[in-house]
Design a protein around this ligand. Structure first.
Ligand code: 13P
Ligand code: SF4
Length: 302
């Protein structure tokens, strides 16, 4: 089937089945162009919780589709590429988290949404990169187990005196950034604004002008008057930034970094997903019930 026909069929199937296409900012450009909603983890979670659609097709990685299922358990949630995962989410297990909780019985567990549904079920409050600092500040407890990103934990620690016990996980995409390549990029573009994602290592964050979630970057780029932006996050982000701000220039800091899981979803997968209603996210009612509180506290109370 040619590409144009495939796009038309995707649109027809979406309308016929009352499906909504939620797309993360790191997805391939042709998937971003088809999105009903394009966003970061926080924005897409909110939409999943509120949508009237019967089917949610989540173009992102598995933890994002699981989050949508937890927040909308009566909907059919589809992940077009079964193998699209986030290695960082796999770095924390519920069993290891239970052991750490036993060691720090007074601590509150705050989990980054980049975690499995089972880990969320052991969590007090979830957070995303957009609200991690606010969540940590707002919870009543002074001792926090922060799962699974050590770089995001170190970033949050800059804004609070609370004791943060970090999990030793990291994002292999953002952890590749080095202070050396950032310094080289800044020297080559001295007038550019440097914005990075908080999953980057601390010495990279030290050099940044701004630190944002992916949708935070979108908002900032629109409002800021700089002509050139150096961007320290997954390369899919550059497509949206450039498309929405054609008069500005967006450059990757150093070499472009790609998330394999995010890039697995192709037009063919979205088409098949809608046609065959695959691959459906299945979670037990027990896990949904226990994980839901942590996500709802993030969305509604903080
Ligand atoms: P955002 O919530 O900022 O979009 O980040 C998600 C993610 O996976 C970053 O690597
Ligand atoms: Fe996970 Fe990193 Fe990919 Fe985000 S960019 S989905 S944190 S591996």
């Amino acid at each position: 089937m040619d590409r144009q026909r495939m796009i038309e069929e995707i649109l027809e199937l979406k309308a016929k089945k009352n499906a909504v296409l939620l797309v993360h900012n790191y997805q391939r450009s042709e998937i971003q162009d088809l999105a009903d909603h394009l966003g970061d983890s926080l924005g897409l979670s909110r939409i999943a919780a509120e949508t009237d659609a019967e089917i949610i097709v989540f173009c992102g990685v598995k933890f994002m589709a699981e989050t949508a299922k937890i927040l909308a358990p009566d909907k059919k949630v589809l992940l077009p590429q079964q193998a699209a995962g986030c290695p960082m989410a796999g770095m924390a297990t519920a069993e290891d988290l239970r052991l750490l909780k036993a060691k720090y019985p007074e601590a509150m567990v705050i989990s980054y949404v980049n975690s499995s549904a089972e880990v969320k079920a052991e969590t007090d409050v979830c957070c995303t990169s957009a609200n991690a600092v606010t969540v940590v500040k707002n919870v009543k407890t002074n001792q926090i187990i922060f799962v699974p990103d050590k770089n995001l934990a170190a970033y949050v620690q800059r804004f609070t005196d609370k004791e943060i016990i970090p999990w030793e996980g990291y994002c292999y995409v953002h952890d590749q950034y080095t202070a050396e390549e950032v310094k080289r990029a800044k020297a080559a573009h001295p007038d550019a604004v440097l914005m990075v994602h908080p999953e980057c290592p601390p010495d990279v964050i030290d050099l940044a002008d701004e630190v944002f979630s992916t949708s935070g970057m979108v908002k900032f780029a629109k409002q800021n008057e700089a002509a050139v932006f150096l961007v320290g996050t997954e390369e899919g982000m550059l497509y949206r930034l450039q498309k929405e701000n054609p008069e500005k220039t967006f450059l990757s800091v150093g070499s472009a970094k790609m998330c394999r899981g995010m890039k697995m979803t192709r037009l063919e997968d979205v088409h098949r997903s809608l046609l065959e209603e695959q691959f459906e996210i299945q979670l037990s009612p027990d896990i949904i019930g226990r994980a839901r509180g942590a996500l709802e506290r993030m969305l509604y109370y903080v």
